[in-house]
Every structure is written in structure tokens, then in C-alpha cells.
Design a protein around this ligand. Structure first.
Ligand SMILES: NC(=O)CC[C@H](N)C(=O)O
Length: 199
């Protein structure tokens, strides 16, 4: 099978490192900023950044409707940090009027980890990987609640947020609270590419 074409939503946020990680795994990866670019990809990454800015720019670039349509049609999407918020159907502590793309049947809490530990990193066990990833959390959301069709891939194992859900999958949608594009470990992107190839 030819290597899948993966778009990285390039409105705002950590685009370059996702492109690098995907290319390191042999995927074709490009930034997506226009409707025609979205139409040309087999899957999409919605990066970390700032969800309020990203959703506003999606509207400005006339991408909001097309993104929602492709998600509804089953486009595989990996959302990381702000990208997880973008995919969530429900958001706690959203900015006033903040919309999302939706599709992922979860409630996320924005900036959930609170001031004391708003950014931190450490080892995290993720379902499907045989050793922990080094997970980097930057003013991250967590998943507050999931519907029955959502598989939990990772929970915080230590500290004040112990037990909190930080990675999920629902069919073609996958989301992490942390930033898998930071560092050299490309296994989360690898899991996503496996999911894309399954489809
Ligand atoms: N690193 C991130 O993506 C942070 C997400 C950001 N706190 C938001 O609400 O969108």
C-alpha cells in the first residue's frame, strides 16, 4: 500500500514537529490550511497550541464546515493537547462561546492540571506500546468522562492527577493530552499510522 498522506492542521500551534515525526515513519506529511489541501489527505493531525485561537482561525479559513464533514465521514484524526480539545464533543472550562470540531464522544477539561503542575513530563504507559512513553504535558486538558464507545489508552499513574484519562481512541479518532511530537519517540504517531492503514 502506498504511504498514507497525512495532513497537519496548520492554522496555529506545533505543526512542524508533527510533520517531522510522521515523515520519520515514512508517511507523506504536509500542512493543511485550505479546503483543497484538506480534501487531498487520508488523515489529519490537529496539533497542540491554543484551542480558542485554532477554532477561530478554522472559521476564518472556511475550514470549520469541511473539517466537521470529513470527521463525520470517518476521517482518521489524531488530536494532541489543544487538538484533543478540538475533537471533543464537550468541554469543561471552555472560553466563553468556545466551539469545537467535535466527533469524539468525551468531555475534556481544559487547562485541567491547574497552576501548580500545569506543565510537567514523565513516563506514561499507553495501551498498545510495550514500554512507557515520555509524556510532555503543557497546560494540558484531561478527559473528564467518556462514552461507552471510547477506549481509554492511558491514565496518569502518579501524583495529584492520578487516574485521570490522558489518551483515548474511538474508531478513527485518537487523542492525547500530551505532546507526542516533542522528542524522538514516534510510537504514538506509529499507533496512529496503524489506525490509518487499518481503514
Ligand atoms: N499545549 C496545548 O496545546 C495547550 C492547550 C491550551 N491550554 C488550550 O486550551 O487550547
Amino acid at each position: 500500500m502506498p504511504s498514507p498522506r497525512i495532513g497537519v492542521l496548520a492554522l496555529q500551534g506545533d505543526v512542524v514537529d508533527h510533520v517531522r515525526a510522521l515523515r520519520a515513519l515514512g508517511a507523506e506529511a504536509t500542512g493543511v490550511r485550505r479546503v483543497a489541501e484538506l480534501a487531498a489527505v487520508d488523515a489529519l493531525v490537529v496539533p497542540g497550541g491554543e484551542s480558542t485561537t485554532m477554532i477561530r482561525l478554522a472559521r476564518v479559513f472556511d475550514l470549520l464546515g469541511p473539517l466537521r464533514e470529513r470527521i463525520a465521514e470517518g476521517l482518521p484524526v489524531l488530536g494532541t493537547c489543544a487538538g484533543m480539545i478540538m475533537l471533543a464533543d464537550r468541554v469543561e472550562d471552555a472560553a466563553p462561546g468556545q466551539e469545537t470540531l467535535g466527533g469524539l464522544h468525551v468531555t475534556v477539561r481544559r487547562n485541567a492540571f491547574g497552576r501548580q503542575v500545569d506543565s510537567f513530563e514523565g513516563p506514561l504507559d499507553v495501551a498498545g506500546l510495550d514500554s512507557p512513553v515520555h509524556a510532555v504535558f503543557i497546560r494540558a486538558p484531561w478527559v473528564e468522562a467518556v462514552d461507552d464507545d471510547v477506549e481509554v489508552l492511558a491514565r496518569v499513574a502518579h501524583g495529584p492527577a492520578v487516574g485521570r484519562i490522558v489518551a483515548v481512541r474511538q474508531g478513527p479518532l485518537m487523542a492525547t493530552s500530551f505532546h507526542p511530537e516533542v522528542g524522538e519517540d514516534t510510537r504514538i504517531h506509529g499507533l496512529f499510522l496503524d489506525l490509518v492503514r487499518e481503514r
